[in-house]
Design a protein around this ligand. Structure first.
Ligand code: GDP
Length: 195
C-alpha cells in the first residue's frame, strides 16, 4: 500500500481525546526502543514521521497517526524501562486497559519484538493481556538484518515457541534496515482493515 498522506492527529492520554471518525485502527505495542517508530516509517516510506527513540520519563501518550484518511496507526507507549516508578507504571496500565479494553475501531495489534533476543517476560505478558481482550496479534520480530541468514530460522522458531500463538495470529520476521517483511506486513494489515 502506498501511503501518500500521513499525519499525527492527536497524542491522547484519555479516551475522550481519541479521534471519533471511526476509521479502522492498528495499534503498535512493544518494549521501549525496540523499533516501533522505525517499523511505521519503513511501512510508509518516510524517514521520520514517528519520532525515533522516545525518551523514558517523557509524557506517555497514545499517538494517533492517520494514514491516507483511511486508517490509523496508534503508537502505544513502550514498556520495560526498569527505572519507571510504580506510580508511572500504574498510570500506564490504566491507559492500556482503557484503550485495549474498549476501543471498538481497533482491528489488530502489532507487537514488536527484537528477533535477536528471546521474548522478555514483559513481551509475553503483553501478548496475554491482548489475548485477554480477544484482539488479533501480529508479532513483528524486527532487526532481522542483525541475524546471519543461517541462524534466522532458529530465531524465528524461538520467538514463535515463546508466545505459543493462538490461531489467527501471525509471526512476521521484519527489518526496518532492509525492508524485509514490509510487503507481508501490508498484506496482513489489509486483511484486518479490508482496505
Ligand atoms: P522505538 O522506541 O520502539 O520507536 O524504537 P526506534 O524505532 O526508535 O528504534 C530504536 C533503535 O533501533 C534505533 O537506533 C533504530 O535505528 C534501531 N532499529 C530499529 N529497527 C531496526 C532494524 O530493523 N534493524 C536495525 N539494524 N536497527 C533497527
Amino acid at each position: 500500500m502506498k501511503v501518500t498522506k500521513a499525519e499525527i492527529v492527536i497524542s491522547a492520554v484519555s479516551e475522550k481525546q481519541y479521534p471519533n471518525d471511526r476509521l479502522p485502527e492498528i495499534a503498535l505495542a512493544g518494549r521501549s526502543n525496540v523499533g516501533k517508530s522505525s517499523f511505521i516509517n519503513t511501512l510508509i516510506n518516510r524517514k521520520n514521521l514517528a519520532r525515533t527513540s522516545s525518551k523514558p520519563g517523557k509524557t506517555q501518550t497514545l499517538n494517533f497517526y492517520r494514514m491516507n484518511d483511511a486508517f490509523y496507526f496508534v503508537d502505544v507507549p513502550g514498556y520495560g524501562y526498569a527505572k519507571v516508578s510504580k506510580k508511572e507504571r500504574q498510570k500506564w496500565g490504566r491507559m492500556m486497559e482503557e484503550y485495549f479494553g474498549k476501543r471498538s475501531s481497533l482491528q489488530a495489534v502489532l507487537l514488536i519484538t527484537d528477533i535477536r533476543h528471546e521474548p522478555t517476560s514483559d513481551d509475553l505478558q503483553m501478548y496475554d493481556f491482548l489475548k485477554y481482550y480477544e484482539l488479533p496479534v501480529i508479532i513483528v520480530a524486527t532487526k532481522l538484518d542483525k541475524i546471519s541468514k543461517n541462524k534466522r530460522s532458529h530465531h524465528v522458531k524461538r520467538t514463535g515457541d515463546a508466545f505459543q500463538l493462538e490461531a489467527g495470529d501471525y509471526l512476521l520476521p521484519f527489518s526496518a534496515e532492509t525492508g524485509e517483511g514490509k510487503e507481508e506486513a501490508w498484506a496482513i494489515l489489509r486483511q484486518f482493515m479490508a482496505l
